[in-house]
Design a protein around this ligand. Structure first.
Ligand code: ADE
Length: 225
């Protein structure tokens, strides 16, 4: 899968993908991440990509031309499967969205800044508008990083048995059950005895009961979705 990101701050997006599972996904050839500096398509030699908004009001808007020219150039040879704009007024991102994006071949994520991007780019090019939550970030880069991480780890072949996504929270509309490691007793708190029985069926039953109880208590909204 190829994920391309269009941003005025590509520097913000180097480190998040240089470690752990994202690093392995790239070195194993499952994921290619390409960062594009939007100012390479600026309207003048000063690197301008934004301007005041019509109608007045505080805050600059990223203009049509740099974005349209960038997108046209980037998909000259092959079209993107999805062009995503990350924005607080988009659809709230969830695990189902991550699952379905992980099956695409090539996507573009556009990061906004200031007051956002000209509406006409959203009308003409954008196929999905995604928010990572009900709060406003200073720019779309951290939202893009979160989407790439959530999607990248689901690309077939990226995770192995040990890191399998099948037991993740949300994968079956349930939160994950609690987990324990050594020692058996820590500050008077004991590992639940069933986990020490070596009986996979009992362990599975316990985990399922715990997952259901935790979800009922913390996130009843996701059950039976
Ligand atoms: N850009 C600024 N805030 C955002 C959010 N909550 N989700 C996605 N993109 C954003």
């Amino acid at each position: 899968m190829i994920i391309e990101i269009l941003t005025v701050l590509p520097e913000l997006l180097t480190s998040p993908f240089e470690h752990s599972i994202m690093k392995r996904a790239q070195s194993k050839g499952h994921l290619t991440i390409k960062l594009h500096q939007l100012r390479d398509w600026a309207i003048n030699k000063h690197g301008q990509v934004d301007d005041y908004q019509y109608g007045g009001g505080a805050g600059m808007v990223i203009m049509c031309e740099p974005l349209a020219n960038a997108i046209d150039d980037l998909q000259k040879e092959e079209k993107f499967d999805e062009i995503i704009f990350v924005t607080p007024d988009g659809k709230r991102f969830d695990q189902k969205d991550a699952n379905s994006l992980s099956l695409k071949n090539r996507i573009l994520i556009i990061c906004g800044h200031y007051k956002g991007i000209d509406q006409r780019i959203r009308d003409l090019y954008v196929t999905q508008e995604i928010s990572i939550g009900d709060y406003v970030l200073s720019g779309g880069e951290l939202a893009a990083a979160i989407i790439v991480d959530a999607v990248g780890r689901l690309i077939p072949g990226v995770l192995n048995d040990e890191t399998s996504a099948l037991t993740d929270s949300f994968q079956d509309n349930l939160l994950a059950p609690p987990v324990y490691s050594r020692p058996v007793i820590f500050r008077d708190l004991e590992v639940p005895p069933v986990l020490l029985t070596g009986d996979p069926k009992k362990v599975e039953e316990w985990r399922s009961t715990q997952a259901i109880a935790r979800t009922k208590e913390r996130r009843p909204d996701i059950m039976g979705e």
